[in-house]
Design a protein around this ligand. Sequence first.
Ligand code: PGA
Length: 270
Amino acid sequence: MKSWVIGNWKLNPATVSAVETLVDDLLAQTTSSQTDVAAQCQMMVAPSLLHLSPVQQKIKDTQIQLATQDVTALTAVSGAYTGDVSAAQLKDLGVQWSIIGHSERRQYYQEDNELLLQKLLHCASQGLGVILCVGESEAEFDAGDTEQVLVEQLAVVKTFLQQLLSQLNTEEVDNYISNQLIIAYEPVWAIGTGKVPSVDEVTAVHGFIRQQLQVFNAKLVQTPIIYGGSVKPDNAANFAASEQINGVLVGGAALQAQSFMEIAQAFAVK
Ligand code: PGA
């Protein structure tokens, strides 16, 4: 299985010209690098909504995939929902994936499982893949509640699968969950802080997540589980060494082409 190296640019950078420079630098680095990094690991970038189109224009003929950071929960296609953007609109633009349930969305917009379920279903109905983010807060980590929190957050996957099965046939569901579902474990206390759990800790949590997923559907044993939270060029190789870590979701270090590529390189040799 190829590893996933996904850049979550959040609300960065501030201008179209800066975003174009970032993509140009990234493309220059992928073509000049000695190992064909873009072929050996699956790279993806998630620009802000406003920058999806210019980024799509630049990467459409490359191996780098494109994700949105969110979709509306209110409709899959179109309607009277001022300010929202739908999975169908994003798919039409050439977007392939959506990050769903990032901790910043959970924190600032109180996104819960009920709302996330709608987003997941809308993505699936439009053929957009999903990167579902889960992870405990620092207080939950300190209290030893990580597994409990993950069980609650992952419960949405079970409902999602049940509802998918009522909308699609088994083969379509199998196809979707085998190719278009990624779980990102991002301990909230590690995001943007420079604090990282040890590789052993992440490996154990990923094993736990995999165990939970398998209970929902045996096919989910294959689901890529990636790690996010202060991934940098100097710790990427450690994470890449674990069989349980199928890639990374990178925030800050994805905003420089060079550091993002160094992280991708660590996973390309995996
Ligand atoms: P970070 O962000 O790499 O800056 O910690 C990761 C994320 O929020 O996805």
